[in-house]
Design a protein around this ligand. Structure first.
Ligand code: ADP
Length: 753
């Protein structure tokens, strides 16, 4: 025996793992399961002991089997489910000091002193009350002889991390809450369906959506569906006889040829004097003043239900990961935080400051301090509100009498992307309103070469807000050589002052080429704006391209079905998704569907990695795994094709599992645009038109790309295009989402042992 007495006498370091409990509380929201899954799995990867509390604070008070240890697989198969798998309850008992004392005891019995709470402002307040009383409660428990001294010392603090699950998107301190995007999906689906029946009968529909103190759902669904009037709590109509203003707007719409009208009312809508405006009242006002056939739909709980959208799964996953990181890495006395998303980045913000400011909105509304309430909603809320009103107030105008109307041509380039029509609609209407003549070019630059240019009127774009595809047509044609001269001739022939290119990378390349060609041909001195629309999300100068969210949701819903199909078998799926040389769709869909592995063109695929991946699958299927999911970008690697990987894995998997492939193909480019894509399209088109209005008279007419950076609209001078691009790989040099891979791994790879 060797002498190891020296090591035996060393003081033992306390390396006990952190013990963390997670609970969902208050009103449920789609995406809570994705958050739960991410908290548990990331926590396990950070070497914590993880627990889930059943039925929210009620379970915390009950103890016993309501507080359960969680393993990696305990949270399998829940990502795509709405609601919450661990239950949520309104817990009266937790509102009492006795209840909270019992809850503390239940946690201490299991060595837990960190709580991750997924809920609304009520639930987060509860967590904060609990935390601030914690030492007092522990002292009391010590004096009562219910805990030992060392327990008090060891668990002197309660660490609290909050995630906001709320369909209303009403929390100050985060740009978006878990569940809001899904609720928007539900509303927009319903309003689209209503609009189609309303159009058949020349009807007006009044639709009530949720939001007692927050108009987010009403506002965003109003923009996304092209509603004719929207009423929200934070910004009541500024005239007393608002019914008259609303009816005038509806009549103007009818006058312009609309076949139906939609009014969206938030449940907490009010007038300037603070009186509630009910959807019923809106309906009656329209009926009595316009004599119009008017119907009322109250959407109710439909808005809370259903499978979470791709964005909510992603949001919940990254926030869940960050919550686990805070729970494990920060010191025991770390302040309580809320994990938020600000300007497209994860943030940690002081919990109670956010809750208090959120709650102050109700007070501001009661005090009629509407400007301050709007301020708390943030910049993009106001921007959307203004865009909505510009669109509502925009009218088809008579031709200007003085001077020549400037002419803006709209065209697409590259593949079709859902949301292109939405962008064209907004650009046409806002452009006409700004005094431009708006032209549509059919089939992209090929159409311009062929002279297929026509004027787009106000009503040409009626109904385009929700329509997938590209009504103007697309083409990948790149004008070369003498065609550039022809193009210049067409520009002169049609009197084009500006070009709005709504499309992907191909379009950006052509626009840049035309900019360079200016030195040789002054006729190309027209203002140009590129508006990113591509499912691949590979345009420079923007974090999001219009169309990518729709493609992502399409992939996610297909993969959900594929997973269901394999429920009883031992099967691994290799799903091939689009994206060209950009792995955005692969990584994001991998995160939103719970894939074990994603293959990206940014990383390529090596034989070594294939070997590791198949060994992992063999091991996991050997331990009872029933379903495997791998997502491969279509151009992740030239030689290791989807088919090759499938054969390799199938052969190596032997009897343990079989392998199937699914190449999703062009469905990813189809479908009606999601609310997110519609709203980005409208917002960007609005800014593009404003850019033309401001810069068209400059001698060297500017060429720019409009995009979203850090959640804000941003312009990039197209002269910098080559600097922003990795031209060989044909994707932007900077891709913000590549940072998410660490999160993807922490959620998808179970630690060994
Ligand atoms: P939400 O989290 O959706 O806002 P609630 O306001 O109903 O939902 O809160 C959910 C639960 O949080 C309550 O049932 C209660 O158990 C707990 N809670 C809320 N406020 C407090 C408080 N001030 N003190 C203690 N517990 C609270």
């Amino acid at each position: 025996m060797s002498d190891d007495s020296e090591t035996q006498t060393l003081p033992t370091v306390d390396v006990a793992p952190a013990s963390v409990a997670v609970l969902t509380s208050g009103g449920d929201a789609p995406g809570m399961n994705a958050a739960l899954r991410a908290v548990v799995r990331a926590g396990i990867n950070f070497k914590a002991r993880m627990f889930a509390v059943i039925d929210g604070y009620q379970g915390l008070v009950e103890g016993k089997d309501f507080i359960r240890p969680m393993e990696w697989n305990s949270v399998g198969g829940i990502l795509q489910q709405g609601g919450t798998a661990i239950g949520s309850a309104r817990a009266q008992a937790f509102r009492t000091p006795e209840g909270r004392k019992q809850a503390a005891l239940n946690l201490l019995e299991r060595g837990i002193d960190t709580l991750v709470v997924i809920g609304g402002d009520g639930s987060l307040t509860g967590a904060n009350v609990f935390r601030s009383e914690w030492s007092e409660i522990l002292q009391a428990l010590l004096q009562e002889g219910r805990i030992a001294e060392h327990v008090l010392e060891r668990h002197a603090h309660l660490k609290v991390v909050g995630l906001v699950g709320s369909i209303d998107n009403d929390m100050v301190g985060t740009d978006v809450t878990i569940g809001a995007d899904t609720a928007l999906h539900r509303i927009v689906e319903a309003v689209d369906a209503i609009a189609s029946t309303a159009a058949s009968h020349h009807r007006t529909f009044v639709v009530e959506v949720m939001g007692r103190n927050c108009g987010y759902l009403a506002l965003m669904s109003g923009v996304a569906t092209g509603a004719n009037w929207v009423l929200i709590p934070e910004n009541p109509p500024d005239v007393d006889d608002w019914e008259d203003a609303m009816c005038q707007a509806l009549m103007a719409g009818r006058g312009a040829g609309r076949r139906h009208s939609i009014v969206i009312v938030a449940e907490g809508a009010r007038d300037r004097a603070g009186n509630t405006i009910t959807a019923q009242h809106v309906k009656e006002a329209i009926e009595s003043r316009l004599g119009a056939d008017t119907r009322l739909t109250i959407l109710g709980h439909v808005q809370r239900g259903g499978a979470p959208s791709a964005f909510d799964r992603y949001l919940a996953t990254i926030q869940g990961y960050e919550a686990a990181r805070y729970a494990v890495e920060e010191p025991a006395d770390a302040p309580p935080v809320l994990i938020g998303l600000r300007r497209n980045r994860l943030t940690r913000v002081p919990l109670m400051e956010c809750v208090d400011r959120t709650r102050s909105v109700a007070g501001l509304l009661d005090a009629h301090r509407y400007a301050e309430a709007m301020e708390l909603r943030g910049g993009s809320f106001t921007e959307y509100w203004n865009a909505l009103h510009t669109l509502l107030a925009a009218k088809p105008k008579e031709a200007h009498t003085e001077g020549r109307r400037r002419r803006i041509a709209i065209l697409h380039a590259g593949g079709p992307a859902p949301g292109m029509n939405t962008a064209v609609r907004a650009a046409v209407r806002l452009g006409i309103d700004a005094g431009f003549t708006m032209l549509g070019v059919e089939n992209g630059f090929q159409g311009l070469l062929d002279g297929h240019v026509r004027e787009l009127s106000w009503m040409t774009v009626h109904g385009w807000v929700s329509r997938g595809g590209a009504e103007l047509g697309v083409s990948r044609k790149r004008p070369e050589g003498d065609e550039l001269r022809v193009l210049a001739e067409r520009i002169v022939e049609h009197g084009i002052d500006g070009i709005l290119m709504i499309g992907g990378l191909t379009g950006y390349e052509i626009v840049h080429k035309l900019l360079m060609q200016r030195q040789n041909d002054a006729r190309l001195n027209v203002a140009m704006v590129c508006l990113p629309a591509s499912i691949n999300n590979d345009a420079p100068g923007t974090e999001h391209c219009v169309g990518a969210d729709t493609a992502l949701n399409s992939i996610v819903s297909d993969v959900d079905k594929i997973k269901q199909s394999a429920v009883a078998s031992h099967r691994a799926f290799i799903v091939e998704v689009m994206g060209r040389r950009c792995g955005y769709l692969a990584l994001m869909s991998g995160m939103a569907t719970g894939a074990e592995r994603v293959y990206l063109p940014e990383e390529g695929i090596t034989l070594d990695s294939l070997n590791r991946d198949v060994q992992r699958l063999i091991e996991e299927f050997g331990h009872g795994k029933r379903l495997g999911l791998i997502i491969r970008n279509e151009q992740a690697e030239t030689f290791y094709t989807t088919d090759f990987i499938a054969r390799l894995f199938d052969k190596e998997g032997g009897d343990l599992f079989d392998v199937r492939t699914a190449i999703l193909g062009h469905v990813q480019q189809g479908g009606n645009p999601t609310p997110y894509d519609r709203n980005q399209a409208t917002r960007l088109a609005g800014r593009a038109i404003a850019f033309f209005a401001e810069h068209l008279d400059e001698t060297a007419r500017p060429v720019t790309a409009v995009g979203i950076e850090g959640g804000r609209v941003h312009f990039t001078d197209m002269a910098y295009f080559p600097d922003l691009m990795d031209m060989k790989a044909r994707r932007p040099k900077k891709q913000w989402w590549m940072e998410l891979q660490a999160i993807m791994r922490a959620i998808s790879e179970e630690p060994a042992g």
